[in-house]
Design a protein around this ligand. Structure first.
Ligand code: ADP
Length: 247
């Protein structure tokens, strides 16, 4: 078994591959995440952060190189194997939460379970338990557009956690949140990381949000340009170092 929960080797992504519009967004990236790490990814707009996170988490398929999650190369899986694998390993939180307005909050949270054909009884138990923890039990019958941003965010977190993932992938999760909801989300992620051992890989443009991580990766022009580890630093000292690094 690999010592890494996630590993990318010579990862390359070319959009519009083999056309005259071919564009290489990631150039031979090498990256490793150990279990229980909390990794923040920063970089200028258009530098390849979303491309990177999508290609290491089965959302998109890289052009060359290898990505291993729990030792499994994700490119070798069929579509249905990938679905199952996501259910067993990964939870996703997106900037706009990606809740479906045509489904109730309950149905949205249960989505990863319905794709994996978990029984209705087990689904109900899991969704209700998480909703209670997040204080949104009374909203389960409502639709996302009947709920506030903070409430939708809680539902998105429940959906990311409902399959008990070992890795959470978050793309600008605080991008649409005010500072109170942002710091609440970061407290939840920190708790999951420290107390439940969940590995977190999170894109952010905000050094303060990045300072919750244990390691920062800075991407520029499709390459990892810098890396900063928190190690023994206070969160404030780490924040200051991140600010200097990303300037
Ligand atoms: P970031 O998340 O850092 O803002 P992205 O990963 O979204 O950057 O984009 C990296 C580069 O790849 C940009 O130059 C962007 O224009 C290009 N790109 C992203 N998605 C596509 C796509 N679907 N087709 C072609 N080019 C793309």
């Amino acid at each position: 078994m690999s010592e890494y929960i996630l590993e990318a080797r010579n990862l390359k992504k070319v959009y519009n591959y083999r056309t005259e519009n071919a564009f290489e967004a990631l150039h031979d990236i090498n990256f490793q995440a150990k279990e229980k790490e909390f990794i923040a990814i920063m970089g200028p707009s258009g530098s390849g952060k979303s491309t990177f996170i999508n290609n290491i988490s089965t959302i998109d398929i890289y052009t060359a190189g290898h990505v291993y999650i729990n030792g499994v190369e994700i490119k070798t899986m069929t579509a249905s194997e990938t679905g199952r694998f996501r259910y067993e390993n990964l939870g996703f939180i997106f900037q706009d939460f990606n809740l479906l307005d045509t489904h109730t909050m309950f149905e949205n949270i249960a989505m990863p379970l319905s794709l994996a054909k978990v029984s209705r009884k087990e689904t109900r138990e899991k969704v209700e338990k998480l909703a209670e923890k997040m204080g949104i039990t009374h909203l389960l019958v409502k639709y996302p557009n009947q709920c506030s941003g903070g409430q939708r965010q809680r539902a998105a977190i429940c959906r990311a956690l409902v399959n008990n993932p070992r890795i959470i992938v978050a793309d600008e999760p605080t991008g649409n949140l005010d500072s109170r909801n942002s710091s609440e989300l970061m407290s939840i992620l920190r708790d999951l990381n420290e107390n439940s051992g969940v590995t977190i890989i999170m894109v952010t443009h905000d050094p303060l949000i990045a300072s919750y991580s244990s390691r920062l990766i800075f991407i520029r022009d499709g390459r990892i340009e810098e890396e900063v580890k928190r190690e023994g630093m206070t969160q404030d000292a780490y924040f200051q170092k991140i600010v200097v690094t990303v300037q």
